[in-house]
Design a protein. Structure first.
Length: 663
């Protein structure tokens, strides 16, 4: 796992010394992603420079250092990630007599040899792993950028004047003298809706994120890169559904056990200490169980706990660890420790990011990094096996909408909207009092209005509304309108007749790469920890999509087939419990210990000076929240994390050795 950065100067006017210095600064800003070694390569004639920071995992010798040139000298690469099947690629090269004289054992050397032998586009579908890379073809004077299938590893890029910049994080791009940081108001509007900035957008108008599963090519002298997909979820689903699984439920469990065991075994290969995150839930417990079953020693597992019972799962994780016999480490975090970590988030995430589980994720990564260099995680299980509550809610909403005959929906919506929520509450008060035994729910009118809105939405819009943090973010962002995303672009959606499949597929190309995987990557790499996600192996993804729905949700239980795999190792009594998020008590903090911090960031004069958010809306939202409206929590937290980011976005290089900080 590493950090990559670089630039292609369209005019090639920089001196060799300047190119070296700029590339070194860009690489230095990513030291947290790779503290073991640093390298720079440049060609002043072509105007190309590559920087690399290395976290040595496979072949920790100097033979694995980067930027690395291919044996024939044609290609130079700065590579971030792991190719889990690189040894089989090496064997294929050896068997067809296309292999060079190997200098070391790194996967970076392997893929360079494959590019030389087979070509870049032809090699990409063969790579199984998590990665992002920048590759310079010296013969064609062509730059390639690529990202793994699901989006575990990040890469940003964009033209700043005549300079094309790229890097693992935005802080590297900000080091270049050509940098200008104009906020993209459309991206900011999307952030206020989702709590993250969806790809391909970034918070800056001139910079984009490369979409997962794509290869970018930019030839010297051209201004418009070409971007092609070498893998898509839609094609994978189509392939899986053309040849669906047709065996018994027992066969399905055995098949998942086999393919997931293979993925775990591949991802346990490392030349440095390795462990796993363990929450005690289904996904992480399954990964740890399969690790322990294939390990000759006790697997190291890690969890953090909170003294607030409704957020604490440490006891469950400890029970699973004891049953499996792992070498378990837990740390109970005091509220003030978690609150102190909030100040690190803007620099750590480098872009506005509103998922508050970033805090416990960072604290867990920091604990883990003190003991191992690689950690496996259980992310991806909810998206593949229907684990999220939002899927059940979405299906219930759709049933309610479809219960109203299509010709009547417009009239019903108009009728509901004709009266205010308050008026509906007053009119329905006698009925509500009777139905609830005198216990009144003041939100009935508001719920009616929301239901009326849903009557005019299609399936994609229903799901977008369901998962939105703010239903109308354009009223919050001055001059903001929402550009296209996976939620609004049919080309990025899997148009299934089954709404559950539609929602899972949409999460796999939006929420998973843009929120979950961003959260884990930045938290872990901020403390120089590599994370691996066995559930996102392409073989596992294809297998999951080949299974019928009733093997994912059965008798009211989600992730049924995955639970059956886990049942082989862990009693269900240790696992079966209501699903918890990986969260912290934000509501209590914002009305208590964090209130002064929040009010300083939401100060009316500051908001008006920035001229990005509507000051009146911000004040109204904060006031309602303080008055007890917890429905505003996500909106408030998103505003605060944007404001905190905006205060820090001009600085770089502050993240050094977070792994060594005392808790």
């Amino acid at each position: 796992m590493c950090g990559i950065a670089g630039f292609l100067d369209g005019r090639a006017r920089s001196s060799p010394a300047d190119m070296r210095d700029i590339a070194q600064q860009m690489g230095r800003s990513l030291r947290h992603r790779g503290p073991d070694s640093a390298g720079v390569w440049f060609d002043e004639y072509s105007g190309i420079a590559l920087a690399h920071r290395r976290l040595a995992i496979i072949d920790v010798s100097e033979a694995g250092n980067q930027p690395m040139a291919s044996a024939d000298g044609r290609f130079v690469i700065s590579f971030n990630g792991e190719i889990y099947n690189h040894l089989s690629i090496r064997r294929a090269l050896d068997e067809c007599a296309r292999a060079p004289k190997w200098r070391g054992n790194s996967d970076t050397e392997t893929i360079l040899a494959a590019f030389s032998a087979w070509g870049v586009a032809e090699t990409m579908p063969q790579l199984r792993g998590m990665f992002a890379f920048a590759l310079w073809d010296r013969e064609r004077r062509c730059l390639y950028l690529a990202r793994d299938r699901v989006g575990e590893k990040p890469i940003y890029y964009g033209w700043l004047g005549t300079v094309f910049l790229f890097g693992s994080e935005l802080k590297a791009l900000r080091c270049h003298p050509a940098w200008t940081g104009e906020i993209d108001r459309g991206a900011l509007t999307l952030y206020m809706r989702h709590g993250y900035v969806p790809a391909p957008h970034s918070i800056y108008a001139s910079v984009q994120k490369l979409l997962p599963g794509t290869l970018l090519r930019l030839e010297r002298g051209l201004t418009d890169p070409t971007i092609e997909a070498y893998w898509t979820l839609r094609d994978t689903i189509a392939d899986a559904t053309r040849e669906p699984f047709r065996g018994s439920a027992t066969d399905a469990v055995e098949g998942l056990h086999k393919v997931l065991s293979e993925s775990v075994a591949e991802q346990m290969v490392a030349d440095v200490p390795l462990g796993a995150f363990l929450s005690g839930g289904i996904d992480s417990s399954t990964i740890v169980a399969l690790m322990q079953a294939q390990s000759g020693h006790r697997v190291r597992t890690f969890t953090i706990g909170f003294h607030e019972k409704r957020f604490d799962e440490a006891a469950h994780a400890k029970a699973v660890a004891r049953h499996l016999g792992t070498d378990h480490t837990e740390l109970y975090v005091r509220p003030e420790e978690a609150i102190d970590a909030i100040g690190l988030m803007p620099q750590l995430y480098d872009e506005p990011f509103g998922d508050s589980s970033q805090l416990p994720t960072f604290l867990l990564a920091r604990l883990t990094a003190r003991n191992v260099t690689v950690a496996l995680s259980g992310d991806g299980g909810d998206e593949l096996f229907a684990g999220y509550r939002s899927y059940e809610q979405g299906q219930a909403l759709l049933r309610n909408v479809e219960s109203v005959p299509s010709p009547l929906r417009g009239a019903v919506r108009t009728g509901v909207g004709a009266l205010s929520p308050h008026t509906w509450d007053m009119l329905l008060r006698p009925l509500k009092a009777f139905a609830s035994g005198g216990k009144l729910n003041a939100a009935t009118g508001d719920k009616l209005h929301k239901w009326g809105v849903f009557l005019s939405l299609d399936r994609a819009e229903i799901f977008r509304h369901l998962v939105s943090h703010c239903l109308n973010p354009s009223v919050l962002v001055r001059g903001g309108s929402e550009p296209p995303t996976a939620f609004t672009d049919p080309a990025r959606q899997y148009r299934s007749g089954d709404f559950l499949d539609f929602m899972m597929a949409l999460d796999l190309v939006s929420y998973l790469p843009d929120d979950i995987l961003v959260k884990v990557d930045r938290a872990a790499m901020g403390v120089s920890l590599e994370t691996r996600v066995p559930l996102l192996d392409p073989r596992v993804i294809r297998y999951a999509w080949s299974l019928p729905r009733d093997l994912k949700v059965r008798s009211g239980k989600t992730k049924w087939v995955l639970r059956q795999v886990l049942d082989r190792y862990v009693p269900s009594t240790l696992i079966d419990r209501p699903k918890k998020g990986f969260g912290v008590p934000i509501e209590e903090w914002l009305r208590g210990a964090l209130r002064d911090w929040a009010e300083s960031l939401l100060d009316d004069a500051l908001i008006r000076k920035q001229d990005l958010l509507e000051a009146r809306y911000v004040a109204e939202t904060w006031g309602n929240y303080l008055a007890g409206d917890n429905d505003m929590t996500l909106q408030v937290w998103n505003m605060l994390m944007f404001q905190a980011w905006s205060q820090e976005s001009g600085s770089v290089g502050k993240i050094e050795s977070l792994a060594l900080q005392d808790t």
